[in-house]
Design a protein around this ligand. Structure first.
Ligand code: FPP
Length: 241
């Protein structure tokens, strides 16, 4: 497919892939069916983002709050993630994609942690798209961990309290591996952040679509990029003459 490449491609796109469960239930299927179809859309969007010249793609695949879901659904999500990593590792590598993860990875099932490590190692030197999977991720707890690490350094006398600034805080977040998102896409009609990248999205452009994630096509992704490319970003300043 030949998708038009707009002039102003965002460097970093973050996606809240919402609506899997409702999409499945609407057709009388179990919620897990929606997650399976959602994984297919993940494969497509990774390929399209890379082809369009996006440098970073961050996917909210499992939030800290998602642990509250029934065990069956949680287990199915991690099996799906492992299948994705197993099936895609060579394709990601061949396409120059580098995989990274953020979140409380220690909390994931051990085999899932092992696969993540393996794919991160295998793709670690690639120079193309960086695909960041947010897993057991919550922005507030990431900020809490950053504060704890800075406080410990203050206590040890390595840092003075008045030396704490935005760049120091940013450097202690798990997201220090990437630039701030330029564009956030959320599918399924919900219009909220749900504890995703709260610090990092201070100046991010938002794109909300009613389409459920399992229906979100390559063309829908290209449309979101094209809408972004026509936006004017001022970062609190004035329009340049
Ligand atoms: C939100 O939809 C989606 C999730 C909690 C999981 C996202 C997972 C995938 C898209 C598939 C596997 C991921 C990878 C990276 C291979 P929801 O279940 O909250 O939908 P609902 O709001 O309709 O209930």
């Amino acid at each position: 497919m030949n998708l038009l490449k707009p002039h102003n491609v965002p460097r970093h796109v973050a996606i809240i892939m919402d609506g899997n469960g409702r999409w499945a239930q609407r057709q009388g299927e179990a919620r897990v069916f929606g997650h399976h179809s959602g994984a297919t859309r993940v494969r497509e969007v990774v390929e399209t983002a890379g082809n369009m010249g996006v440098d970073f793609l961050t996917l909210y695949a499992f939030s800290e709050e998602n642990w509250r879901r029934p065990d069956d659904e949680v287990n199915a999500l991690f099996s799906l993630l492992i299948s994705y990593l197993k099936d895609e590792v060579e394709r990601l590598h061949e396409n120059g994609v580098r995989l990274k993860s953020i979140g409380n990875i220690d909390r994931l099932p051990p085999d899932c942690q092992e696969w993540l490590r393996l794919v991160e190692q295998r793709t670690g030197n690639n120079q193309g798209l960086t695909l960041v999977l947010a897993l057991s991720y919550g922005a507030r707890s990431d900020m809490v961990r950053a504060c704890q690490s800075i406080a410990a350094d203050v206590q040890r006398g390595f840092i003075q309290a008045n030396e704490i600034d935005e760049s120091l805080i940013q450097s202690r977040l798990s997201t220090s591996i990437m630039p701030e998102p330029d564009l956030l896409i959320r599918t399924s009609g919900e219009q909220r952040l749900s504890n995703f990248l709260l610090w990092e999205m201070a100046y991010t452009e938002f794109y909300f679509t009613p389409i459920h994630w399992p229906d979100f096509s390559k063309e829908d992704f290209a449309t979101a990029i094209s809408v972004y490319s026509d936006r004017e970003r001022r970062f609190g300043g004035l329009i340049s003459p």
